[in-house]
Design a protein around this ligand. Structure first.
Ligand code: DC
Length: 208
């Protein structure tokens, strides 16, 4: 069984994908980490993420970078969003994601284009969303624990810029697949959102 979970930054899709994987006994891949690894490689080389050649060179990263905590930073997210616009970068990462999706035991992948491009054949697809305000509040609550200077309005502006870039790009933009179930987490606790996601997948697949 393949489950595709797509949605914008801080919608809760990562937590939902992880919990779905645990519930249904499937492997899980956070595909955003691949783009973040490319972004951080470009950032450390002090290259321009908007330059397609520099971004493509960043695809040649070592796997242990995927464990690096810097990948989780807002700056890495911004670089990831910028490198992910380039079709050559997307092409360089596609095979790895398709292989993961099609592994024998089944898989959950979360990202922006899983239900539309990477695994259009997925057995269940969720499009997880929440208002930009709610997502900024969540990011701020996370960040302020380690950074007392965190700026909620700057986080909101970054989320809005990222939504626009991810949705408006020509190559594999963030969009809901026609056959994806919508899950709006704006007014849901994490555990309510996870329960709802499990129920949606059960209804689609008949699996428990
Ligand atoms: O899910 P995330 O915030 O870790 O993703 C970081 C960026 O990577 C996101 O802004 C766009 C890009 N991305 C993508 O283009 N396609 C994916 N499947 C996953 C992420």
């Amino acid at each position: 069984m393949i489950i595709a979970v797509d949605g914008p930054a801080a919608s809760g899709k990562g937590t939902i994908a992880r919990e779905l994987a645990a519930h249904f006994g499937l492997a899980w891949l956070d595909t955003g980490l691949l783009y973040r690894a490319v972004g951080v490689t470009v950032m450390r080389a002090e290259e321009d993420p908007d330059d397609p050649d520099a971004a493509l060179a960043g695809c040649d990263f070592a796997d242990d970078l995927l464990e690096d905590s810097e990948l989780r930073s807002e700056r890495a997210g911004n670089y990831a969003s910028r490198v992910s616009v380039h079709p050559a970068v997307r092409a360089a990462l596609i095979e790895r994601q398709e292989r993961f999706a099609n592994q024998p035991g089944g898989a959950v992948l979360d990202g922006r284009d899983i239900g539309t491009v990477i695994a259009p054949q997925a057995d269940a697809k969720l499009f997880v969303t929440a208002s930009a305000e709610a997502r900024a509040d969540r990011r701020f609550a996370d960040e302020v624990t380690s950074n007392p200077d965190a700026d909620r309005d700057a986080i909101l502006a970054d989320i809005e810029a990222r939504d626009e870039r991810d949705s408006e790009r020509a190559s594999a933009p963030l969009k809901r697949a026609d056959d994806a179930d919508l899950l709006d987490t704006t007014n849901l606790t994490i555990s309510a959102a996870v329960q709802r996601a499990i129920a949606l997948v059960e209804a689609r697949t008949g699996k428990r």
